[in-house]
Design a protein around this ligand. Structure first.
Ligand SMILES: O=c1[nH]cnc2c1ncn2[C@@H]1O[C@H](CO)[C@@H](O)[C@H]1O
Length: 337
């Protein structure tokens, strides 16, 4: 009998697959620390940025889109699509809290850069997220750096989204510490608490990086000085826009440095081992004086009664960060640009 031709085996070796960069979509409200985070992501070979989606928060959504397009033009990466996100909260709220006092009224340190040449794609942010998650099931990570409206819309619009999306790494919450909007609430969760509660209870693989962790990751005056000595294009650009962010931190927190909220969150997606995590159910207070409060149930007590946390899916919440390693990575990747 003639020998059978050998079957071709498709390479499914997990190591070989792991070598593929992780596809990420950055949901962003640029924002000075957003700009840093986007540049760090573009310099991280471990990830491939397949799109930016925009949201209000540090600026209104229209300006977030303009800034996202501008930052991609600065980076020479106009191949990356930008999808515009929601202009209102998930409950159609139009009274938004915009943090122009942290980032400048243009969101980028009051530099008044010329308008970008590019345009956002026709698709909305939520539809783009749904499509990409469907196209690469389990393979796309969303890194959410602003209020969670777009992600919650994707969850509501497509019942398969929570399952299709690989992971949602979000900057949000103040776990067992004071917030930065008021003692109860962190800015991104406060921006759309109803959306945040939808995301936390969606059953998706969620990693929350709160300000209890990002407040440990400080970029100092000395770091900025070092960055300014690099002639890398990202380093030079950032040194122009960082002034406003530094003076806000000096006035509000009396520190000589700035918190690297967004870059630390991007790096948690790039290399999860830079942080440690606990797991539990997170619910969000959506009204009253503690609106935006994030409460993690650590499952240490089995409550007799049914609570609002009972039978809800768990998420991961960052508890510690290797701050020196995070700052070093941010610095290396921005200097080498
Ligand atoms: O005091 C503040 N009020 C509002 N937003 C802030 C403040 N500090 C930082 N951020 C912005 O909100 C996110 C972290 O909560 C970060 O994106 C940061 O740029």
């Amino acid at each position: 009998m003639a020998a059978q031709p050998k079957k071709i085996i498709v390479d499914t070796d997990p190591d070989a697959m792991a070598a593929q960069p992780k596809k990420i979509i950055i949901d962003t409200d640029p924002g000075i620390d957003d700009a840093m985070a986007i540049f760090v992501a573009l310099r991280s070979p471990e990830v491939e940025v397949i799109g930016l989606t925009t949201i209000y928060g540090n600026v209104y959504t229209t300006l977030a889109t303009r800034n996202a397009l501008h930052l991609l033009e600065v980076a020479g990466r106009t191949d990356i699509p930008v999808a515009e996100g929601s202009h209102v909260s998930i409950t159609n709220g139009t009274k938004l809290r915009i943090a122009g006092f942290v980032h400048g009224t243009d969101g980028l340190g009051n530099q008044n850069f010329p308008p970008p040449k590019g345009k956002p794609i026709e698709q909305s942010a939520a539809d783009f997220l749904i499509e990409q998650a469907k196209l690469y099931p389990g393979k796309v990570t969303v890194v959410a750096l602003g209020p969670l409206t777009n992600i919650a819309l994707a969850i509501q619009r497509d019942p398969a989204f929570a399952k299709n999306i690989g992971q949602i790494v979000l900057l949000g919450g103040a776990f067992l510490v004071n917030g930065n909007v008021n003692p109860a609430s962190e800015a991104n969760i406060f921006g759309d608490p109803d959306a945040a509660d939808i995301v936390f209870t969606s059953g998706a693989d969620v990693v929350a990086v709160g300000i209890n962790v990002t407040h440990q990751v400080v970029f100092t005056d000395a770091d900025r000085e070092k960055l300014s000595r690099s002639d890398g294009k990202f380093a030079q650009y950032l040194c122009k826009i960082l002034d406003v962010y530094f003076s806000y931190h000096h006035d509000a927190y009396n520190i000589k440095g700035v918190y690297l909220h967004d870059p630390a969150t991007i790096l948690a997606a790039v290399d999860p081992s830079l942080m440690t995590y606990t797991e539990g159910v997170v619910r969000v207070q959506t009204s009253g004086i503690t609106k935006g409060l994030t409460i993690l149930y650590n499952k240490q007590k089995r409550f007799g009664e049914v609570t609002e946390w009972t039978d809800k899916p768990t998420v991961k919440v960052a508890v510690t960060a290797d701050a020196p390693a995070l700052v070093k990575l941010v610095m290396e990747r921005l200097m080498d640009s």
